[in-house]
Design a protein around this ligand. Structure first.
Ligand code: ATP
Ligand code: MG
Length: 275
């Protein structure tokens, strides 16, 4: 028998029925997802929905209680952040993307410092670090950063996120995970980050964009996943839901509708039987 169907490449990143339990809490419950290169998956949910738990699982900070994580179709055990990084899975964590009291250049090369000299004379090549940092940040269109010796704490929120994203891409990330990168930003700053997410996606990187801000997700997302109390409440593609529908979903809207229909049913049954 001839078989002409071409086997498609496996997704870059996959979750197969992944759960994470803590004592008395199911932070993430039976979640599956897949992600292709050049795609933005938005993970939405309110406080405590399990978003950061998902991010920590992906970055090797914690390991699943059940389920499998695959990279390029191969099951992986991400038991420390370095492993995720080596596989090209880079994470910008909520609040801790960069170190405020270090310079832009030092932050950029953190963990992969260029050196010069050898043996006991090996030391940080700060000139190279400065050059790489500025070039890469400018390549992504972030013009506000001009001085590589500037402390990161003096950057705006958007520039800080941009620096962390530029660093991840420069060091070879194929999957970029952003945990609430726009949550503390004003409109203009958030737009910088949203534009950057679009650029990174267009360069073929697979992006997971975690947020509780529906408009930000709708602006750049290709696919969407809504988490409610650790469970995947809904998945859909760009254009399939309005902003109002998404907000209602995040608030457990479908559950509310079902409950209201049930109450309505009980009422009408009650009024029927009283006659
Ligand atoms: N180490 C832990 N021990 C016990 N419970 C935890 C732990 N980490 C997370 N949780 C619980 O798991 C649930 C999900 O937390 P998570 O941080 O993933 O939420 P989130 O969606 O990122 O929320 P936020 O929008 O506030 O960042 C919460 O109820 C949280 O209290
Ligand atoms: Mg969180």
């Amino acid at each position: 028998m001839t078989h002409t169907a071409v086997n498609p490449a496996p997704p870059t990143l996959e979750f197969v029925n992944v759960s994470k339990h803590y004592l008395g809490v199911e932070a993430l419950s039976d979640v599956s997802l897949d992600l292709e290169p050049g795609e933005v998956l938005c993970v939405l949910g309110h406080n405590g929905a399990g978003k950061s738990t998902m991010v920590r699982l992906l970055s090797g900070v914690i390991t699943p209680t059940r389920g499998v994580i695959k990279v390029d179709g191969v099951p992986v055990k991400l038991s420390e952040p370095r492993q995720a990084y080596t596989l090209g899975v880079a994470t910008v964590h909520q609040d801790v993307g960069t170190i405020p009291l270090m310079s832009v250049a030092r932050n950029f090369v953190l963990g992969s410092e260029p050196t010069k000299g050898w043996g006991p004379f090996r030391r940080l090549d700060i000139r190279t670090a400065r050059k790489i940092a500025l070039e890469e940040v400018h390549r992504l269109g972030i013009r506000g950063v001009q001085d590589p010796d500037q402390l990161v704490q003096t950057l705006s929120g958007g520039e800080r996120q941009a620096l962390a994203i530029a660093r991840a891409i420069h060091y070879g990330a194929r999957v970029l995970i952003l945990d609430e990168p726009t949550s503390d930003l004003g409109v203009r700053e958030a737009n910088i980050v949203l534009r950057l997410i679009g650029q990174v996606r267009d360069a073929g990187v697979a992006v997971i964009f975690v947020t509780h801000q529906a408009p930000h997700a709708l602006a750049v997302g290709d696919r969407f996943m809504v988490l409610i109390r650790g469970k995947c409440a809904s998945t859909f593609k760009r254009g399939e839901r309005t902003r109002a529908q998404l907000l209602s979903l995040m608030a457990g809207g479908e559950e509310m509708e079902a409950l209201e229909a049930e109450i309505e049913q009980m009422r009408s049954n009650g009024s029927n039987s009283s006659h």
